[in-house]
Write a protein of this length. Structure first.
Length: 332
């Protein structure tokens, strides 16, 4: 081909308008988890088209979410005249622990005041708080001495700060047996047992159990020169959950608590794993199974669903909203 033949082709190519940057790029797909691989402007047919708006990431700060004091908590603190809020003391303690940087752990925890009559009567100069971290779909990994369930015992005298929280049955036993608890009457001994059993329940809770007291199992009987108190909490059989929590308290002849033990025999039922991320799965059988699991768990899955809702695509967020409406409407 000579120069005269080539020139018309070159002129035609120069007249073709240039494509804008990224115009020929392939759209990004949604991950199997339902989380979009990029900020999206349009969702449809399993495809997410990138949103070209520049988003500046906000600096991440992992700290406990502030919660208002309940009326019961306010009344208790005012009655005991605490020098400073126990919540403040607990936060100071948490700041001494080596939480990993850039990972949401503290911000996912919940600190709640334990308002229970037997606790207040058994420990008149102390208040109890529970710091619980979600265990589903995956347990978090708070630094030692913390665990998933942490019970802080805060005394009026906080000159030495607060102690590490209770996280297991052995530590609970130590609290009960070193607090000089005395039950002069049978009713007093039942109350002491109830306080210990209530704390054992909070240490066993994974956020998905529902418990009920077994009044018939609560009894006090003679044992040598002293006495023994026994009690039981039953798991409400829902969603495959079952089992019991039991506790035993021994008192000497003067009514002083000398031994306390608790035992759990719990069977886990349905738990949140990845069901919410499968609500839009291409396989209708998988979608049906995910819906069924979430309906079985019902309101117990609320925390999991709301957490997942904040980090998925708009389409999957709508699907989570629909299943939550069903849970409420059908009173599950």
């Amino acid at each position: 081909m000579n120069n005269k033949e080539i020139m018309p082709w070159l002129t035609a190519l120069m007249l073709i308008p240039a494509l804008p940057p990224g115009a020929g790029a392939m759209p990004e797909t949604i991950e199997p988890t339902g989380t979009a691989t990029a900020e999206s402007a349009t969702v449809g047919s399993g495809v997410v088209y990138p949103d070209r708006t520049n988003h500046r990431p906000q600096p991440f700060k992992d700290e406990l979410v502030e919660a208002p004091l309940s009326e019961a908590e306010k009344a208790r603190l005012e009655a005991l005249k605490f020098p400073q809020l126990p919540r403040t003391s607990i936060k100071k303690f948490l700041k001494t622990l080596p939480f990993p940087k850039g990972r949401p752990i503290l911000s996912r925890g919940k600190l709640v005041y334990l308002d229970q009559a037997a606790l207040k009567e058994t420990f008149p100069n102390q208040v109890f708080y529970l710091l619980r971290f979600p265990q589903w779909p995956l347990p978090l990994d708070p630094p030692p001495p913390l665990s998933s369930n942490n019970i802080f015992v805060v005394s009026i005298d906080q000159k030495k700060g607060i102690a590490a929280p209770l996280t297991n049955g052995e530590q609970l036993k130590n609290l009960m047996t070193t607090s000089n608890l005395r039950g002069q009457s049978e009713q007093d001994r039942k109350r002491i047992l109830e306080a210990g059993l209530y704390l054992a329940q909070e240490l066993a809770q994974d956020g998905m159990y529902q418990f009920q007291w077994n009044g018939q199992a609560l009894k006090v009987s003679k044992e040598g020169k002293g006495s023994i108190a026994q009690g039981q909490i039953d798991v409400i059989p829902q969603g495959g959950n079952s089992g019991t929590l039991t506790a035993t308290a021994r008192f000497n002849e003067s009514g002083t608590l000398t031994d306390f033990s608790s035992k759990q025999n719990l069977q886990e039922g349905m738990r949140p794993i990845c069901q919410s991320t499968k609500l839009l799965d291409l396989d209708p059988i998988v979608r049906k199974m995910a819906e069924k699991d979430l309906l079985i768990m019902g309101r117990r899955a609320q925390e999991y669903l709301m957490w997942q809702r904040e980090q998925v695509s708009p389409a999957l967020k709508e699907a989570i909203d629909r299943i939550w409406v069903r849970i409420q409407t059908e009173n599950r």
